[in-house]
Design a protein around this ligand. Structure first.
Ligand code: OOG
Length: 259
């Protein structure tokens, strides 16, 4: 068993037990590339359990998020069908270690893309856009980590909800996607507010970033893949018995009930 497989198994145990582990970087010097190897080994474990990869997510695209977590580089992670919750669906709070939720913008690919092909512009393959919620749940104690730690931990990916899809062309024709108001509400009361501008200045800017990261770290971008562009505000802790709703002006809303 390689180190990456062993480290991935420790993170996977934390996902399944709900018990946090110490940061890997406290014991093991992990380069960023090695951290992506651990992430890949963790995704392989999920695949062997029958999970199917549904897409990729970008992290730390927002300055508020980066400041909240004390980390600054953009990172990429993988989402699977086991993480998907239908819009308005229920998440069991007992499933996580210390889950938090954040409002996002999601894209969907109409065709498969080879991210390593420099002639390809990922934006041209995107057909739809939607408001989304992402549940992040660091497997590390106190939600504290280095950049390598969080990459190894599949960028804290835990669950996601996609709101109504609409055509990217229609959405962009009316004012583009930048500078749209974003709200994260808890039981209908405003919790966090922000703007899609927080996502790299414009969520469209997440696409070349995803392409570059996917090419570098070997993530696939098949037709139908969901691309989560990153959070537009700081994250809020999930609380049992509450409903979280992310609203993106002009795109609509996505919601999640916590049981
Ligand atoms: C890492 C994941 C951050 C985002 O949208 O910035 C992320 C974390 O904060 O645990 O998904």
């Amino acid at each position: 068993m390689t180190d990456a497989t062993q480290l991935a198994a420790r993170l996977d145990d934390a996902v399944r037990s709900g018990l946090p582990i110490p940061q890997l970087s406290l014991e093991t010097a992990l380069s960023l590339d090695e951290a992506y190897d651990v992430q890949r080994a963790g995704v392989d474990l999920r695949r062997r359990r029958g999970e199917q990869v549904t897409g990729v997510k970008l992290g730390f695209t927002s300055r508020a998020k980066a400041e909240q977590m004390g980390v600054s580089d953009v990172i990429v992670g993988v989402v699977t069908d086991a993480m998907e919750i239908v819009d308005g669906g229920i998440i069991d709070i007992a499933r996580g270690v210390h889950p938090r939720v954040e409002p996002e913008v999601a894209f969907r690919l109409g065709e498969s893309v080879d991210p390593t092909d420099p002639a390809i512009d990922l934006a041209n393959a995107v057909t739809d856009v939607a408001p989304a919620l992402e549940v992040i749940d660091s497997r590390y104690r106190d939600f504290r980590f280095s950049l390598a730690d969080v990459v190894a931990d599949n960028t804290s990916a835990s669950a996601y909800v996609i709101g109504p899809w609409q055509s990217i062309d229609d959405a962009r024709a009316t004012d583009g996607l930048a500078a749209r108001a974003v709200e994260l509400a808890v039981d209908g009361v405003t919790g966090e507010t922000g703007s899609t501008e927080a996502i790299l200045g414009d969520p469209m800017a997440a696409l070349p970033a995803i392409q570059r990261m996917a090419a570098r770290h070997g993530h696939e971008l098949p037709a139908g893949a969901v691309l989560l562009a990153g959070a537009a505000t700081a994250a809020l802790p999930l609380q049992a018995g509450t409903t979280f709703t992310a609203t993106v002006a002009g795109l609509g809303a996505a919601s999640l009930r916590v049981a």
